[in-house]
Design a protein around this ligand. Structure first.
Ligand code: 13P
Ligand code: SF4
Length: 302
């Protein structure tokens, strides 16, 4: 089948199944183009909670599809590529979290949405890159266990007077970014605005004009007068940014800023997903109910 035929068949099956396609900003351009909604983790969670479709095809990684099911358990939630996981989410385990909670009984647990349902179930509230500071400020506790991203944890520790107990997780795509690549890009584009994701390590955050998640980057691209932006996040973001601000230039300082699992999903896998209703993502009800409380609390606070 040609790409045009695949896209047509995806459209036909989507209608037949009463499906909605949700895609993250890091997806391949052709997958973003066939998505009904493209967004960040927060926006995608809100869409999953609100949709009236019967089937959600989630073009992203496993924890995102799991969150969609936690919020909308009456829907069929599909992940086109079953191997599309988030290595950072795999760095937090619920047994280790239970042990850490026992050591810090007064602390609230804030889990980044990049976690498994089982870790969310052991958390008081979730957060995303779009609302992390708002979530932390909403809590009465002075001590916070923050899972799993140590870089984001260190960043919020600087923005609040609460004690942040860090977890040793990280996103390899962001953590391996090098300060010298950013410094070089800044020398080459002295008038550019540097905008980086809070998953980046401290030496990259120190070089930034703005630290924000992917939806914040979209807003800045549209609102700031700068014509050039140096971007510190996964390279798929370039396509979404260019679409929203076609006359501006977005510079990615290195070719290595790629999340391999975000790139697994293709038009073929979306077609297969809709044809065969694969791969269904579910969560055992006891865990789902507890994880729902943490996710829904985030949606209420923000
Ligand atoms: P955003 O919610 O900012 O899109 O981040 C998701 C993610 O996986 C970042 O690596
Ligand atoms: Fe996980 Fe990083 Fe990929 Fe985001 S970019 S899905 S945090 S590995």
């Amino acid at each position: 089948m040609t790409s045009a035929e695949i896209i047509e068949e995806i459209g036909r099956l989507k209608e037949q199944r009463n499906a909605v396609i949700l895609g993250h900003f890091y997806q391949r351009p052709e997958v973003q183009d066939i998505s009904d909604y493209v967004g960040d983790s927060y926006g995608l969670s809100k869409q999953a909670a609100a949709t009236t479709a019967e089937v959600i095809v989630f073009c992203g990684v496993h924890f995102m599809a799991e969150s969609a099911y936690i919020l909308s358990p009456d829907k069929t939630v599909l992940l086109p590529e079953i191997e599309a996981g988030c290595p950072m989410a795999d760095m937090a385990d619920e047994q280790d979290l239970i042990a850490l909670k026992a050591k810090h009984p007064k602390a609230a647990v804030v889990s980044y949405v990049n976690t498994s349902a089982a870790v969310k179930a052991e958390s008081d509230i979730c957060c995303t890159s779009a609302n992390v500071l708002q979530v932390i400020k909403s809590l009465p506790q002075k001590e916070i266990i923050f899972t799993p991203d140590r870089n984001m944890g260190r960043y919020i520790a600087e923005q609040t007077d609460k004690k942040i107990i860090l977890w040793e997780g990280y996103c390899y795509t962001h953590d391996e970014m090098r300060a010298e690549d950013f410094a070089r890009a800044q020398q080459q584009h002295p008038d550019a605005l540097t905008v980086v994701h809070p998953e980046c390590p401290p030496e990259i955050l120190a070089l930034a004009d703005h630290i924000t998640g992917t939806s914040g980057m979209m807003k800045l691209a549209a609102s700031e007068p700068h014509t050039t932006f140096i971007i510190g996040t996964e390279c798929g973001m370039g396509y979404a940014l260019q679409k929203t601000a076609p006359d501006k230039k977005f510079v990615f300082p290195s070719d290595d800023m790629v999340c391999a699992t975000m790139k697994l999903t293709s038009l073929d896998s979306v077609l297969n997903s809709l044809r065969n209703l694969e791969h269904r993502i579910t969560v055992p009800e006891g865990i789902r109910e507890k994880a729902y409380r943490a996710l829904n609390r985030m949606l209420q606070v923000t």
